[in-house]
Write a protein of this length. Structure first.
Length: 426
């Protein structure tokens, strides 16, 4: 939660700190041992598996199609996973909140699609520019004001719409791999019902993995990297106006409007007081540093923050430990990408989809309740929900951003009176 001084600053309308105060690293480290339980370790592991499987393949396959060397590809992975993991460790320990770092999956899709049109040096220049854009937005403090102004029901509806695909993914995965998904669901239900001190999602992962072993469904012959220990590779940046317009600006908007906005909404849904400006600043710094080593960005992760902050991760004060576990695993994945890629890609996509969807249940319930439990901004919230669920991409910018824009516009037109009434404290 926000510090007492931060609350006094907001109440007084005075000048706010560039970076919000937190509990401090000493407090975070001191409390970590007692919060490292099965629930937090399990949630951190699930979030890491989610982030290190399918998303990693987007980078690896896209880089191979573009003819990038294994060394450059491995450096890309090291940059996004290494700095993403570092973000988790820094923000998780300092704020004692499950603010989880990673990289933008929609951003990776955008970047991979642009590799055919630009030299990789131009892409690296665009990565660095995108990070600088996000950093400037954090330095101005503009993001904090926008976050405070956005109607809470619309933000929650965006979260519900953006994450509902994970719930639907459980059903879709069950249609293609019924035995594996059924085993995962049974494991989730048994632990959730009878062994409450272990999160159900851990049971889903264990039961699902056993089903994979019994059915011989492990993936083989997936993508690999030659190097075992990843070494960073420096690619000289080249700055091109066309690359800035096509890659840097959309990538910066994705970081702010999709990933950070999702993470902020998720944390608010779980009754945290997220340090919005600090999250923006570190996403900008992470974007610049990752770009130097050929990574498209390192920022706050929406879906993985949702997993680590969910009730499945245990009691609220200790959920930051899940983010720490995730950060260590993420950084290790980047450092040992050559081995890690082969290991994580052996798990079938259906099991990953089932476990991720089951982990989102608590967050989805909170998001729907936050969106529709009152009588304010209801039409705007519904519009945001539908737009986010559509998964539409316009101008290479994904649906969460447009959900916020559309929801606010609808409320401004149809529910203008709701903006004049004081919003309840979040």
């Amino acid at each position: 939660m926000g510090s007492l001084q931060d609350r006094k600053d907001r109440a007084a309308g005075g000048r706010q700190r560039l970076m919000e105060r937190g509990a401090g690293f000493r407090s975070g480290l001191a409390g970590l041992p007692r919060h490292l339980r099965v629930s937090t370790i399990g949630a951190g592991l699930v979030a890491a598996i989610f982030g290190c499987t399918g998303p990693a393949l987007i980078i690896i396959n896209g880089a191979k199609d573009a003819g990038l060397s294994d060394a450059v590809t491995a450096s890309w992975i090291l940059a996004v996973y290494g700095f993403g993991g570092l973000i988790s460790l820094v923000l998780g320990l300092y704020y004692k909140m499950p603010i989880t770092g990673a990289w933008s999956i929609p951003g990776a899709v955008l970047v991979v699609g642009a590799l055919a049109d630009f030299e990789f040096g131009e892409m690296v220049g665009a990565f660095i520019i995108a990070g600088l854009i996000v950093l400037v937005l954090g330095l101005t403090g503009w993001i904090r004001h926008v976050s405070a102004w956005l109607p809470f029901p619309i933000v929650m509806a965006m979260i519900a719409g953006a994450l509902i695909r994970f719930g639907i993914g459980v059903v879709d995965a069950g249609m293609t791999s019924p035995i594996i998904v059924a085993a995962a669901v049974v494991g989730y239900l048994l632990l959730h019902r009878f062994i409450k001190f272990i999160p159900g999602v851990v049971g889903a992962l264990v039961f699902g993995t056993v089903a994979v072993m019994l059915t011989g469904s492990f993936n083989t012959g997936g993508p690999t990297l030659d190097s075992i220990l990843t070494s960073p590779v420096f690619t000289a940046p080249a700055f091109s106006l066309s690359a800035v317009l096509a890659v840097a600006i959309p990538l910066a908007i994705l970081v702010i409007g999709a990933e950070n906005a999702q993470a902020t909404g998720v944390l608010k849904a779980e009754e945290y007081d997220p340090p919005v400006n600090s999250m923006t600043l570190i996403s900008g710094v992470g974007g610049v540093l990752a770009g130097v080593f050929g990574g498209h960005n390192a920022n706050i992760a929406g879906p993985m923050t949702a997993i680590c902050s969910s009730p499945e991760a245990g009691e609220r004060p200790g959920r930051y430990a899940a983010t720490i576990v995730n950060g260590v695993l993420f950084a290790s994945f980047g450092l040992f990408a050559g081995v890690a890629v082969s290991l994580v890609t052996a798990l079938p996509a259906q099991l990953i989809a089932a476990v991720a969807g089951l982990a989102m249940i608590g967050v989805l319930i909170s998001a729907f309740q936050g969106a529709f439990q009152g009588n304010r901004f209801q039409i705007g919230a519904f519009a945001a929900l539908i737009i986010a669920m559509s998964n539409v991409t316009i101008l290479n910018i994904s649906s969460p951003f447009w959900a916020l824009v559309g929801g606010v516009l609808v409320s401004l037109i149809l529910e203008p009176g709701d903006f004049k009434r004081k919003q309840p404290a979040i």
